[in-house]
Design a protein around this ligand. Sequence first.
Ligand code: CP
Length: 318
Amino acid sequence: MALCNLPNRRYFFCEGVKSMLGIHAISEISVKEIERLLDLADEYKAGKGTRKNLNGKTVALFFSENSTRTKMSFTLAAQKLGANVLDLNEDTSSINKGESLIDTAKTLEAMGADCLVIRHKESGITRYLQKHINIPIINAGDGWSQHPSQCLLDLMTIREYKSSFTNLNVLIAGDILHSRVARSDAEALRKLGATVSFAGPKTLMPPETKTTLWPECLKDTDVLILLRLQKERQEQGLLSSLNEYHNLYGLTEENLELLPKDSLILHPGPVNRGVELADSVLENPRSKIHEQVKNGVFARMAMLYTAVEGRKIVEISA
Ligand code: CP
């Protein structure tokens, strides 16, 4: 057991839980715990695990960046677990009257929320907020930094089709520089034994990232993770045109021929059709993009349950 001090309280974390409250980054989750989360997500998908619920609990969502998949699936996941859902939008919240994010989180905690799910443009914000409140926070995507719930659903989807992560060749292609998905996925997949490589324009790579030759690299790829071009985070001049990007780094019908027949094509969404991939590729049997969305609900059920109940902490003194 490890001891951790939070404001006004001291906690013991149960065995296997090595870090702080909440789920902030893949680096804080051990291989054993990732496997446990994936098993639980599979259980929910198979219609089991009804006793692992959050009946009577309250999950609060606070998204200050746009989202369809993550927000809707956390909402659905919480509802399927039997929890009440509070949905706070930055634009209509008292943040617009000058209230701080810490006070906003404390307010939701005081109302009795059992968990906060936060998406924000600032990298590291959930870990920072966690120092100020005593209910778990789940990172639903923070700036360029981490997207642990997307990572978990990606792992779940890969595990459904590939027997093992060990020695799997995973290629992450596109806008690596601005992608929290790339950071979380690469870290988790390497931890699980996969070989991860990157492809894309130099202007969209973090400094000193080794890249592989596109499209030649496709022939050795078991899993291709295409990334959305994050136009909202990009400076001017990183790309000459979207059309040129598609021709040089897109998954065109021609490039698709290079990919092994049993490979998987993933994309976190939303997809820029005709940019990261040709329209027709989306419906190719190797594309598991719709399956990823479906799995997102079950992966997030597992995260919510684990954050609120599974990562149970025992209060030992006030
Ligand atoms: N992949 C993902 O985070 O999608 P949304 O922005 O729609 O939530």
